[in-house]
Design a protein around this ligand. Structure first.
Ligand code: ATP
Ligand code: MG
Length: 444
């Protein structure tokens, strides 16, 4: 993309309404625009990151064997009356009445609807196990929407639901979600720690929240610092192998890590003092096992091999897709702007032409641009007629992990400069070498 043909409405001033750094930077970098409290338009740069995060979520869910579908944002109230949650959910639910006076609502979550789909089409235990998920907008009329996309009213969530014959099979689905989530967050450059949590209004016995440590996080967390060292890395996972999946979960959950709701002070005291940490975290996901809480009242049953009809065991598993943009920025920025991890960056590399209109630098930039595109990379070429300082400031603000700087002096030696946004280190190299290096960095 050429910057002169793009739509990147960066702000010069720091917006006064933004209290935390990720919100400020998303506004300044022209990623979002607030349309009403907690409701945002996703401008092109923000939308690009949102799509990349979604893509990673899709890939890791499907790798775990989970099947995508799409349910609507609007739901009939009657489904929620069946589970009893229409009255329980309270003021966070946005209730709507259509022209025929039917009660509708903007879905805050989809347990009822997915249970309805299941009971309408599945009758035999032979069709299990089954995990369905979607990535869809949710609405929760939060009392205090704040911190930009972190606590919106309309927000994008991945929510998945497993259907299994018994508790054991459902716990395998729970574990599969835990492992697939760990991989998902790692691919986004995040350390998200699974912590034992409280089940809240969705209900259930087993639940973990995934928290990214950040001083601006809304949850208070207590953990053994050893947990922050754990990495899934690129080890092979066979998601059908119950023991392997369970052993990965055991590795990540045997070290103490809890939210304030489940914190056990006596147990915490047993951790060596230098490893005992109290901090704040951002919840970027949560997994639940809740057994037959919805399948029983809603009649989601299957016939077993002995001819018995039993309610299925279920769980629901969510990732805060739009919140993740804020969480990643909270975890990765400096005083100049955002620092995107390669896995989610909106553009792979920025090209800064230091002398726009100069035949030599223009030709070199065009050559780099075409070369990068040919390798499947996505460059942003700053072809504005601006000073170097202004171009660098924009690139630093929007946080592309790599920058290629093309100036007449370097070009006289056939060289351009490759700079890492994270370390600030630069290296001079030939044009082709620069393209090769970037292709290598991005595994192309
Ligand atoms: P919170 O405790 O932060 O209100 P929750 O526990 O009610 O969230 P879940 O029902 O577990 O949320 O939803 C799954 C994920 O969706 C959460 O882990 C979070 O990342 C995200 N999420 C929930 N509420 C919001 C919101 N208002 N804005 C943005 N993301 C949200
Ligand atoms: Mg939650």
């Amino acid at each position: 993309m050429r910057l002169t043909r793009y739509f990147l409405p960066v702000l010069k001033e720091t917006p006064a309404e933004a209290q935390i750094v990720s919100h400020r930077l998303m506004l300044r970098a022209g990623m979002i625009r607030q349309q009403a409290a907690g409701i945002y338009s996703w401008l092109p740069l923000g939308y690009k990151v949102l799509r990349r995060i979604e893509q990673i979520v899709h890939e890791e869910q499907q790798r775990a064997g989970h099947i995508p579908l799409l349910m609507p944002t609007l739901q009939p109230a009657d489904l929620w009356r069946e589970s009893g949650r229409y009255d329980d959910y309270g003021e966070e639910m946005l209730r709507i009445r259509d022209r025929h006076d039917r009660d509708m609502l903007y879905g805050p979550t989809n347990e009822e609807m997915i249970t309805d789909i299941f009971r309408s089409h599945v009758t035999s235990y032979k069709e299990l196990p089954l995990t369905l998920y979607h990535i869809q907008w949710k609405f929760r009329d939060e009392v205090r929407p704040r911190f930009g996309v972190m606590r919106g009213r309309e927000f994008l969530m991945k929510d998945g639901y497993n259907f299994d014959l018994d508790r054991e099979a459902a716990l395998h689905a729970y574990n599969r979600h835990m492992v697939s989530y760990l991989r998902t967050y790692e691919r986004m450059g995040l350390t998200a720690i699974p912590m034992r949590a409280d089940s809240g209004p969705i209900g259930g016995d087993d639940t973990h929240e995934f928290l990214v440590l950040a001083s601006t996080g809304e949850s208070e967390v207590f953990f053994d610092s050893a947990v922050t060292e754990l990495r899934l890395g690129d080890r092979e996972i066979d998601y059908d192998d119950r023991e392997q999946v369970a052993s990965v979960c055991a590795e990540f959950t045997s070290v103490y890590a809890r939210t304030d709701e489940t914190h056990d002070a006596a147990l915490f005291e047993t951790i060596p003092e230098e490893r005992r940490k109290v901090a704040r975290g951002i919840e970027v996901g949560q997994i639940f096992y809740f057994g037959t809480k919805y399948s029983e009242p809603m009649g989601a049953t299957v016939v077993t091999d002995t001819g018995e009809r039993v309610p299925v065991h279920m769980g629901s598993h969510g990732i805060g897709v739009s919140r993740l943009l804020g969480a990643i920025i909270e975890a990765s920025h400096d005083d100049k702007g955002i620092i995107w991890p390669e896995g989610v960056t909106p553009f792979d590399v920025g090209i800064c032409n230091l002398k726009q209109g100069d035949a030599g630098t223009d030709a070199a930039c065009d050559q780099l641009y075409a070369g990068l595109k040919a390798r499947g990379l996505d460059p942003l070429y700053d072809d504005r007629d601006e000073r170097a300082g202004a171009k660098f400031a924009t690139m630093d603000l929007i946080g592309l992990p790599w920058r290629l700087t093309v100036g007449p002096r370097g070009l006289a030696q056939g060289k351009v400069e490759l700079t890492s946004r994270r370390t600030g280190e630069s290296e001079e190299m030939g044009l082709e070498a620069a393209v090769d290096r970037l292709a290598q960095i991005y595994g192309r």
